[in-house]
Structures are given as C-alpha cells and as structure tokens.
Design a protein around this ligand. Structure first.
Ligand SMILES: [Zn+2]
Length: 463
C-alpha cells in the first residue's frame, strides 16, 4: 500500500499524483452526526471511532465467529472489542475491510503496520495516544482529509440546530443538511401516526389529511432551504407506478392515522404519490434528488428486535423496477418537474439498467443532469466501483460523473475518496497503455479533476 497503491501504470500514477490527489473532497451524501461536528467531538478511543457504529465490521466479526458481546455489547471494554477486531482482520483478505482498515490507519494515524493479534496492543495504544491530541477530533479529521463540504442526512422534523451552530462557529468546512423524508413515506410502519403527530408539532399546524401533511412538509422544506439544503435523498426498496386518485390517497392516509392496516397495493399507491409530491417540491426549490434503491432491510428479525435497524442485517434485494422507474421519471418529466436526479442501485445486476435509463431523460439543459450514483454500500469496493464506472462509461458519459461519496457515519471514511480516485486513474491508465485511449495528459487530467471534484461542485450548486 505504497504511494502507487492500485496504480498499475505510469499514466495512472501521473494522473493520480498530479491531478486526483490534490482535489478537495465534496462528500455530498453521508451519515455523520451533526452534533459531533458542531461540538468538535473528541474520541474516547480508536474503538469508539472504528467499532462504535460500523456494521460492516460487526458483520465481518460475526462471520468470523466473534460473539455479539464484542460487536455491540455493553459489558465488554474498548480493548476487548478492538482485540476481537484485530483477530478478525487477517481473515478479511480480499474483503474491502482489509484495504479500508489499513488505508485509515495509514492516512489518519500515520501507522504503516498490519493489524493482527501481534500488533493489536501497540496499534491500539498509539491510536489512543494520538486521539488525545487536539488535531485528532471530528473537525480535525475533516481538515486532515481536505474536505470542503459534507451533506448530512436529516429528517424533516430536525431543527438543524447543529448545522446552525457549526455555521456560526466559523468552521471553514461546510456542513449542509440533506432532506430525507423516509418516515413520512413509510406509511406501513407502526410509528407512522406518531411521526405525523411530531411533524404537525414541528410545523406548528394540525395534520388531518394528506394535503395537510404536504403543507407541513412544504414548510419544513422551506426551512431546510433557508438552512442551505440543496439535496434530498430517499431510501426506497423499489420504484412504484401504481395509479391513484386524490380521494384514494386521502382514504389511505386516514386509515394510517387511525392505525388501521393497509394492503400492499395501498402502500404502493401512497408511496408513488408521496415520492411524486416530494420530487415536485425538489424541482420547485431547484434541489437535486437522490434515490437509493434495492436494499432488503432488517432480514434477521431476532437481531432486529434486539438491536434495531442499521446494525448489519441488511442485504441486496432483487426487484424488477426498471418499468416503474421509467414511468416515475417520465411522469415528472411530462409535468416539467424533473429536477437533477441521482439513481443508486444496491443490486449491481441493475448497473446497465440504470446506465441506460439516464439517457432517456437527459434534456440538454446541463451536463449529466440525470446521474448514476457511485457504487453504494455493498458495492463500495474495488469490484463494485469498477463495475459501476464501466457500465457508466460504456452506456453514458463517465466524464460527466459527479463521483464518489462516503455514505458513512465515520470520520475516518474519507480514504474511500482516495481509493475511488486511484481506481479511476487506474482504469484510464490501463486504457491509455493498451492503446484504447490517446495519451492526452491535459484532457485526461482534466477528466480526473472533474470526476474527483469539479463536476460535483458545478452540479450541486451548494455555494
Ligand atoms: Zn446513505
């Protein structure tokens, strides 16, 4: 993992070192906790930083036979948890965790040793010693990785106080909220009616109908805009194309408020309507909308009951969603309400489906208006990112790609941008040296800088 890690050719090395490496990071979708940035969180230990919420690592540990106590338990110490992770690391050969772990040790802490039971104690101590120093804080890590801007993931009822606090503190890195109204969409969830009540309270109005809820959401959408928001995000299993009338939606909504069960077709009608209304709101505010689709979540009900969501029990779903996606985008386009859109699939079988879908709705108003989102979650690794870029290259314009994001809760995930940039340079370098692309250092260099940074900067219009 030296300076030419993943860079197999001279051209790739040149592109990376002269162009990619110097570009700042715009991390336009992540799950950082805004309070930690506002308060410039100091980490108790490398365990808090690494294993506190990282379900990728928990999954690997469980697979390696580690007891749950050492993943999420409260009766085990930071050292005990770290030790179990160190025991697991040598078994992660060829899993992306092996690369992430060592890239993070190297770039965040300057540690070039391999993590294993033999080195666990010294690495644990060295990291913890560094974490006591003033530059090893939440903000310190963001500075270290040359981050320019991050977009968090926020619920419409959030008061965004930590965004405001961060802005007012004069922190030079921008933390912008992003609108994620999943709880208002997930009408089948047992807490839906409670959520609507909360939304009513925050918006300062009564919600007795779907129309009221849209008005409340519009108020919150405006509030998010006032706080710099330019971007929405939806976590959906699939796209929906069930037809509906206003009367049907009101009837479905009324049932949900009374906590009566809904049929699956009713849920799908509602979601189709909800996502359409949200998309129109985004268009009117000149935001970008993102759709993360294709996950099948909370598969292990015993563990869901014990630990709740996002604890490492989700996987790739298989939904036939191309037709519904097409109808959904077409409906918005016909109304003249299709804003900039990023489509992410968790199932890489749909890479080509999406890469070709984009072209249906590019309207020449700006470059890359409809985007194929970077390899996400299970695809956020060497093979997954490469496949995404190859599909986009063959069926769209890689040059117009807005590039990488961490989608992470961790302040140590920024090396994923480096990893992505190295892969990108390597793909281009291999093509040049195989004679498939001309050796045009200036043009290729510009392409790399665009995908690493400039495209996102232009596309999102954050500032
Ligand atoms: Zn996400």
């Amino acid at each position: 993992m030296d300076e030419n890690f993943l860079l197999q050719t001279k051209t790739a090395q040149e592109l990376y070192h002269e162009h990619a490496a110097k570009m700042p990071i715009i991390d336009y979708h992540c799950h950082l906790i805004p309070q930690m940035v506002a308060e410039d969180h100091k980490f108790r230990s490398i365990t808090e930083l690494w294993l506190g919420g990282d379900h990728y690592k928990w999954r690997a540990m469980r697979t390696n036979g580690v007891d749950e106590r050492f993943c999420t338990g409260e009766d085990t110490s930071d050292w005990e948890k770290f030790e179990k992770w160190a025991e697991t690391v040598p078994y992660t050969f060829r899993n992306p965790l092996y690369h992430w772990t060592h890239l993070e040790l190297k770039t965040a802490f300057g540690i070039n040793k391999l993590l294993s039971p033999a080195t666990a104690r010294e690495i644990f101590d060295e990291c913890n010693e560094k974490l006591k120093q003033p530059e090893y804080t939440a903000r310190g890590f963001m500075r270290k990785y040359n981050v320019e801007c991050v977009c968090t993931t926020d619920d419409p009822v959030d008061d965004l106080r930590y965004h405001k606090q961060t802005r007012e503190s004069g922190f030079e890195i921008k933390m912008i909220p992003a609108w994620r109204p999943d709880k208002a969409m997930n009408i089948e969830k047992p807490d839906f009616a409670d959520y609507v009540a909360k939304l009513a309270e925050v918006a300062g109005m009564e919600i007795n109908s779907f129309k009221d809820m849209v008005d409340a959401l519009q108020k919150r959408h405006d509030f998010f805009t006032e706080n710099g928001c330019k971007l929405s995000d939806h976590g959906i299993e699939e796209f929906y194309d069930e037809e509906y009338t206003d009367a049907q939606i009101e009837a479905i909504f009324a049932k949900a408020l009374k906590r009566q069960p809904l049929t699956v077709p009713e849920q799908r009608q509602y979601k189709n309507c909800f996502l359409t209304v949200m998309a129109e709101m985004d268009y009117d505010a000149n935001w970008t909308q993102q759709y993360h689709y294709g996950a099948i979540r909370d598969n292990n009900s015993i563990m869901y009951d014990r630990l709740g969501p996002d604890t490492g029990f989700d996987s790739i779903g298989e939904f036939n969603t191309a037709r519904a996606m097409s109808r959904f985008l077409d409906k918005l386009n016909k109304k003249g309400k299709l804003t900039r859109t990023i489509l992410y699939t968790l199932n890489p079988c749909a890479n080509e489906v999406i890469a070709t879908m984009l072209g249906n709705f590019q309207d020449g108003s700006e470059p890359g208006k409809i985007q194929f989102g970077s390899g996400w979650w299970f695809n956020d690794q060497l093979d997954g990112m490469t496949r995404q870029m190859n599909a986009l290259s063959a069926l769209g314009l890689l040059s117009r790609f807005v590039g990488m994001l961490t989608d992470s809760r961790s302040f140590l995930s920024y090396p994923r941008h480096e990893y992505f940039r190295r892969l990108l340079c390597n793909l281009l370098g291999n093509d040049v040296e195989a004679g498939m692309l001309p050796y045009l250092p200036e043009e290729l260099g510009r392409m790399v800088e665009d995908i690493s940074y400039n495209n996102a900067r232009r596309y999102f219009k954050f500032y």
